[in-house]
Each structure stands twice: as C-alpha cells, then as structure tokens.
Write a protein of this length. Structure first.
Length: 398
C-alpha cells in the first residue's frame, strides 16, 4: 500500500489525561467540516479499528487489513478520514494512535484497558465526524446509543455464541453491517443495515498463466481451520502442501499435540507466519488453495486473496463459502475429503484468468468503499430528519 502514501500524515499520539472526560458528550451543535447531509460531497468519517494488530498488520490479521483497505480507498475518493488505531499503523488518513504498538506484538497484559481508552478518544472527537464506523465488536454500544453522531458497526467475527444473544437483543437499535449473509443467521433479527463483502485493492495479486505444483494452506492453525484435513487431502491427492500459518498462544497445545506430529511426513512444508509481501508469491505460485474449514466462517479473506492471484480455491461448504466461491468457476465447494481429492484433480479445468476476473468484478476495495459510503449516507439523512447535529448544521458555511 506504499504507493498510496503520497501526502503527509497527521498522527496524534495522546496517551495522557483527557479533559474531555470531564465534559458531557457533544450536544450536536459544534462545528463540522461538511454542510448539509443532502449534499453528495465528501464526508468526515472515523474508522475505529481493533488494537490487536497494526493497520495494516505486519503479519497475520484480517480485520485490521480490511480496515486499512477501506480507509485508504475512502481517502483516495476524497473523504476526510480519521483512523483510531495502534501507533505502528500506516495510513494516509489522520491517525489517532491510542497505544504505541499493536497489542499482539507488544504482548499486552490487558487489551480491554487500551480499548476503553480508545473509546474515550473517539467520544471526545465525535463532533468532527459525519459518521463513526466501528470495527471492534459491541464494546462501544452503551456509548454509541447516547451519541448524536450516526454510528455504524461492521461485525467481523462469528455470531453463533449464545452469550452474544442478550447483547444484540438489548442493543437492537445499533445499525450493523454483516460481511456475509451467512454470518447473520444466529442473530438474523438484529438491526442489519446491509451486507458488504470484503474487498482488496485492485493491484493486489500477480496471477500466473500456469498453475504451480503445490497446494497451499494460508491462515491460522486452530481446530476450526482444519489444517489436518488439508494435509490429508494433499497426501491422498499425491501433491506437496505448503502451510503458511500463525499459531496463537491459545492454540499452541493443539498445534503441539495434533498438528506438529503430522508435519514430519514427506511433501509437507511448514513455513510459519508470512509477512504481507510474502503472501502474494505464495498464493500465485500455488496449484490451488485449500480451505477445509469446520466452523461458520464469517467471510474468509484468504479466499479472495487467492482469487486475486488467479488461484482457485477448494473449500468446505461452511458459513460464507457459497457466497464467495462460484462452484466450478473460481474453485470447488466440497463436503468431504473424498470430494476435495476429486476437486484437486479437476482444478486443471478451471481458468486462472477467470478467477482473477471474478475478483475484479466482485471483490475490490473500491466496490467495498462505495458500498460503505452508501451505508453512511443512509444513516446521516435520517439523523438530519430527526433534528440531530446535521439538521442543526444545515446551511452553515463550510
């Protein structure tokens, strides 16, 4: 993303006391950079990212990477964007750094403390924005409910946990965006505004005209990602498999007891966690990507990363997979190891150029940003009609 960093970056690092904490939330009458919400001009937008990874991540990290792609695309389209994130983030937006470094790499002892501090910064800056876009689950709901500025929350994780139901019942007024229709199913009655699939920059990926000779697994080693299935599929298909994956502390025992013993067999190469610049050649040079998941995947960013590289995907029919993969076009959707092995044999019938073409049509960051701007405006106009901050500002000079 370095090619986009053409203008200076305003970075604010505020780790001290905050006088705004002693003031009530903005009453909606303070100034903003834009006038009437009816005007289809640039918006002032806050993007609020989780602090676990930098934006974009230095290594593995899906949510923060999507926030980066969205932020940079919004800046390119002329919007005034403020990014709340860790201090090692890189962006052309105005960066408000809540902590000096991403929490995972900094081995933080209490992530919640940093996120609470970030919410205070967001609330104290709220008067600047036409809309505040949260990417950090539901932690902000009690504050957003009482804030005049419109807010939007993209949910990036799984929603099939029983503990979540009372939260979304209580905060049924919070506007939500899903990243796949399948993600919504456990709380289908929540206040869903729309579904907006993830997108990547159009320049992502280097498609190869000819397929490689190995099967790829890229992501995270955990029971639900089923790298053990990927290994069995490759072995039964008689192909080499290369595994590029991180191992979180929570999954270390699973890795040591279940996965590590499998890695000593011939034809298996474990690469560990890849840096971002290593991802594209890894995917581009692969014969196919294996995605043998065993959980309700909310989206699966690696699937469209593979498509951008022209690499077909063999994926289990779970969660978002049927919404992302076009069976027989950009890969194959399977239900068993036997079906996956057969799919490996059929990959040669697919066009890598077609995989890339589907990515360009459906999964670019420009399309994603345009969809989000439409969602933002749909929230801003009703706020004006209700006599909120934008109504009070209507007609003011900008």
């Amino acid at each position: 993303m370095s090619e986009k960093r053409g203008k200076s970056v305003e970075t604010i690092v505020d780790l001290g006391t905050n006088d705004a904490a002693r003031r009530p939330f903005d009453n909606g009458q303070s100034g903003t950079r834009h006038g009437s919400p009816e005007r289809e001009g640039p918006l002032s937008i806050a993007q609020v990212a989780p602090l676990y990874e930098a934006v974009p991540p230095k290594l593995y990290g899906g949510t923060e990477r999507v926030v980066s792609y969205l932020t940079e695309e919004l800046v390119s389209e002329g919007h005034d964007v403020t990014l709340f994130a860790s201090g090692d983030s890189e962006t052309r937006a105005r960066l408000i750094a809540v902590c000096p470094r991403s929490l995972r790499l900094d081995e933080c002892g209490d992530p919640l403390a940093h996120h609470i501090l970030m919410l205070e910064r967001v609330m104290s800056e709220s008067r600047r924005f036409d809309v505040i876009h949260f990417h950090c689950d539901y932690i902000h709901f009690p504050l957003s409910r009482r804030l005049p500025t419109p807010t939007l929350t993209t949910l990036h994780g799984r929603l099939d946990l029983p503990d979540l139901v009372p939260v979304y019942r209580e905060y049924s007024d919070m506007p939500l965006v899903s990243i796949s229709d399948a993600q919504r199913a456990p709380v289908s009655w929540a206040n869903w505004l729309t579904t907006i699939p993830h997108g990547l920059p159009r320049g992502f990926g280097t498609p190869r005209s000819r397929p490689g000779t190995y099967l790829a697994f890229l992501g995270r080693i955990s029971p639900e990602k089923r790298v053990d299935r990927a290994i069995e599929i490759a072995q039964r298909a008689g192909m080499e498999i290369r595994i590029a994956a991180k191992v979180d502390a929570a999954d270390r025992l699973y890795f040591d007891e279940v996965i590590r013993p499998l890695l000593g067999a011939p034809g298996i190469e474990f690469l560990g966690e890849l840096a971002e610049h290593e991802k594209v050649p890894f995917l581009s040079d692969a014969y196919a990507l294996l995605f043998p998941i065993d959980w309700p995947e909310p989206f699966g960013l690696v699937m469209i990363e593979a498509m951008a590289c022209g690499t077909p995907v063999i994926a289990y029919r779970r969660g978002s997979v049927p919404e992302v993969i076009e069976d027989g076009v950009t890969g194959f959707i399977v239900e068993s190891i036997d079906e996956a092995v057969t799919a490996v044999e059929r990959i040669r019938d697919l066009s890598r150029a077609t995989c890339r073409g589907v990515f360009e049509k459906r999964f670019t960051s420009r399309r994603m940003a345009e969809d989000y701007v439409g969602a933002y405006r749909s929230l801003i106009r009703p706020a004006a009609l209700r006599g909120g901050r934008h109504a009070a500002l209507s007609g003011l000079a900008v």
